[in-house]
Write a protein that binds this ligand. Structure first.
Ligand code: NAD
Ligand code: TDX
Length: 336
């Protein structure tokens, strides 16, 4: 049995990771440590909550005493650190919690992992640490880190700290840097679920700037399968970029969603640009493909439709969310 601490497992990517692993294998015992911030939602884990190989602990990764207790009690040998403040716009409105969770929290996990001599520490990072691309080129693992937002700078700090623990103490660290994910259970502040839900509710779709910023989209299960592979086979001290080579401008994605839902483009509303808005992200994932044999299984055309339909069908999931925190946040931003 592999005892694995998954942090942030009640969020979008972490919950999909846990559900997917527990569905297909029985050699992992998963301890999910999640603070249940506005982005954490135990409804995402309904299919896993009674699994004998799963337990949930509500708590903060920056709480050293609690993290020590968990490593000791559950004899943790593997860590997958998904826990983070993850939304760029929120980091622009207030950066402090981003550094507390993403930097200090990661430090607590690394220190504790060292003390308990774990076998592998997977830091889940992002392509945003590389900064912004012009019209040409792709991010490779050797692209210099050049983060532009408080969010991405906190993730870059965590990456550098994790690597320093590898170089200094020999802690078995690996890092994945993935591009933009989409799929079920994504908090409706992020582009795709926000646009689907606003369309369904006939609300305006706020497009930042000229709508021509480009993101490289990957289905969440493809990201998670890459993470699982890196956890098991990734070479320690290495970084692996993860992406599905699927670049789209924001306006293209929004129009695709409107078409799929049979809604009018009149819902589109251009709004003030995000401060410091990165123009383009695009990932070169040759390394993980050639060294570990990973490749994305889902085509964008197929998985985006499946994702949109999930939000149409699982209205109860997002209605619960938008009746609370989310509405207050966006009411201030866009006077909805
Ligand atoms: P999310 O915001 O949906 O979920 C984050 C989870 O972390 C939530 O459940 C939250 O409650 C938990 N959390 C926050 N602070 C915590 C703390 N101090 N202690 C314990 N738990 C805490 O984020 P996501 O989109 O699922 O992203 C997960 C990870 O993947 C992040 O590290 C993010 O940087 C990275 N990532 C995300 C994307 C993307 O497109 N969403 C792409 C690449 C990398
Ligand atoms: O209302 C919106 N209108 C809009 O035009 C929102 C929410 C976004 N956008 C634009 C901004 C970006 O160019 O859409 C693009 C995607 O925005 P987000 O969904 O906020 O994602 P992004 O800023 O690209 O960051 C995401 O991908 C990398 C995740 O939130 C990060 O956690 C991850 O590291």
């Amino acid at each position: 049995m592999k005892n694995i601490l998954v942090t942030g497992g009640a969020g979008f990517i972490g919950s999909n990771f846990i559900n997917n692993i527990l569905e297909k294998r029985d050699d992992y015992f998963i301890v999910n440590l999640d603070k249940l911030t506005y982005a954490g939602n135990l409804d995402n884990l309904r299919q896993s909550e009674n699994n004998k190989n799963y337990t949930f602990i509500k708590g903060d990764i920056a709480n050293s005493e609690l993290v020590n207790f968990i490593f000791e009690k559950y004899k943790i040998k593997y860590v997958v650190n998904f826990a983070a403040e993850s939304h760029v716009d929120r980091s622009i409105s207030g950066s402090q919690i981003f550094y507390t969770t993403n930097v200090i929290g990661t430090n607590v996990l690394l220190e504790t992992a060292m003390k308990f001599k774990i076998e592998k520490f997977l830091q889940i990072s992002t392509d945003e640490v590389y900064g912004s691309l012009g019209a040409e080129g792709l991010f490779t693992e050797s692209t210099p880190l050049s983060p532009n937002s408080p969010y991405s700078s906190s993730k870059a700090a965590a990456d550098m700290m994790a690597m320093a623990f590898y170089h200094t103490y020999g802690l078995p660290v690996v890092i994945t840097r993935c591009s933009n994910n989409y799929g079920p259970y994504q908090f409706p502040e992020k582009l795709i679920p926000l646009m689907v839900i606003n369309s369904l509710s006939n609300k305006k779709l706020p497009v930042y700037g000229d709508g021509l910023n480009v993101r490289d989209w990957i289905y969440v299960i493809d990201h998670n399968e890459a993470a699982e592979l890196v956890l098991e086979k990734g070479k320690i001290g290495e970084v692996y970029n993860v992406g599905a080579s699927n670049e789209m401008s924001n306006i293209e994605i929004i129009k695709l969603i409107l078409r799929h839902l049979g809604k009018s483009e009149d819902l589109i509303q251009y709004v003030k640009d995000r401060l410091g808005h990165d123009r383009r992200y695009a990932i070169d994932s040759t390394k993980i493909q050639s060294e570990l044999g990973w490749k994305p299984k889902y085509s964008f055309e197929q998985a985006i439709e499946k994702t949109i339909d999930w939000y149409v069908k699982d209205k109860v999931w997002w209605e619960k969310i938008i009746s609370g925190e989310y509405l207050k946040y966006y009411a201030n931003q866009y006077k909805m």
